[in-house]
Design a binder for this molecule. Structure first.
Ligand SMILES: [Fe+2]
Ligand SMILES: [Fe+2]
Length: 253
């Protein structure tokens, strides 16, 4: 059984000291690892990330993160990544990590993702160079992620994103902004890569549960959606190639 604690969009600022330190500190017997689905800060300023890093410092289980669009805003990506790395967080961007959980190898492939929209309501790789560049960036980013997922040799394959791979978890957001909340290219990467479950954030006004067209469970763990410090998801392979999510236990924040 694999126990995953997951949260996104904590949006720490310079005044967020100790907002979650107690919750992260208490994870030891509750989960095997913690996933952070981006938008960890308000603007991506290193001083904001230092506040979060201080809360994460005492987390007793492996921590894996992707950055979100907010973490890119002031162009300090290298610095904020290093601040997380210094307290033991593995920051993924088009890359993966394999964890040993009991007898299982658990692969986590992570990337921020990007926008573009969903089938029937997406941008297209056509016309002005700016539009082609936008869509090609989204597509290339997802194709790379697909390869990263495929190359993981693991009993469980988990995908960690900031942007959403499905419109199903965006319900509640304005439809006009769906193309800025995610991309169907990400769902293709998840399905072709044969991932078992995917987590994302970014859609504060969306819903928690959805799935890709290929049937992979997708969970929007943005904190405004889950309304707790994190959720815990328990995965168990019940028989060949079937993953069952046994429970989603919410903890008070
Ligand atoms: Fe956010
Ligand atoms: Fe975001």
């Amino acid at each position: 059984m694999i126990r995953i604690a997951a949260a996104g969009d904590v949006h720490f600022d310079r005044k967020s000291h100790n907002r979650f330190s107690q919750h992260f500190h208490n994870l030891k017997d509750k989960a095997d690892f913690l996933l952070l689905a981006g938008d960890l800060t308000q603007t991506g300023h290193p001083e904001e990330m230092k506040v979060l890093a201080n809360d994460l410092r005492k987390c007793p289980i492996p921590m894996i993160a992707v950055l979100g669009n907010h973490d890119y805003h002031v162009d300090q990506v290298e610095q904020v990544t290093q601040i997380l790395t210094d307290v033991g967080v593995t920051v993924l961007e088009g890359s993966s990590i394999i964890l040993n959980v009991g007898h299982y190898k658990v692969g986590v492939a992570g990337a921020k993702g990007f926008g573009g929209g969903f089938v029937g309501a997406s941008g297209s790789d056509f016309g002005e160079p700016e539009m082609k560049s936008f869509m090609r960036h989204s597509k290339n980013h997802a194709r790379h992620l697909e390869n990263v997922i495929k190359e993981m040799e693991a009993d469980y394959k988990i995908v960690l994103l900031h942007y959403s791979p499905t419109a199903q978890t965006l319900v509640g957001e304005k439809k006009e902004i769906y193309p800025f909340l995610g991309s169907y290219y990400l769902a293709e990467a998840i399905d072709y890569g044969k991932a078992d479950i995917a987590f994302h954030g970014h859609a504060h006004g969306g819903v928690e549960r959805g799935e890709t067209p290929g049937g992979c469970p997708v969970r929007n763990v943005a904190q405004p959606v889950i309304r707790h410090a994190y959720n815990i998801y328990t995965l168990q392979r019940t028989h060949k190639n079937l993953i069952q999510e046994e429970s989603a236990l919410s903890l008070e924040s």
